[in-house]
Design a protein around this ligand. Sequence first.
Ligand code: NI
Length: 168
Amino acid sequence: MGEPLLRQVAAPVTRFDEELASLVADMDDTMRALSGAGIAAPQIGVSLRVVIFELRDNPRYPHLSPVPYTVLVNPQLTVLDPAEEEGWEGCLSVPGMRGLVPRYRRLRYQGFDARGAPIDRSVEGFHARVVQHEVDHLDGILFPQRVRDLRNFGFEDALAGHMTPMPD
Ligand code: NI
């Protein structure tokens, strides 16, 4: 947090080539090493519209329904329901901290996988949350900017016990 590249609007991917494959591999390694549920290219210093996410037995997010491993390039979101839901979020670029963030409960996302094949899914709950969090990174937004009441933002250790479980 504070890194200028994380505040930029990232550029669309124009070629589904080896360079993109190697960027995705680097993002994969970083996400897994840090037990993240997702990561966006700007978080490893590349200002391109690429995010990946997955949730499967993640120690940082227990008790949540799994989210399939997804590489999403040039994502477009369509809100399917204006209803929002608050949930606790963390971020690999804001280590050790958590905040209560409102997100749309249901949305459709479209984009491409790493080989350029189209993706079109309608999702809800944590799956919708993680997509919104990652796509925010592509628009230069970090989750603390979405926290409505800063009393609900703090160090993970201090908040433990006060945080309600994240919805799934
Ligand atoms: Ni993040």
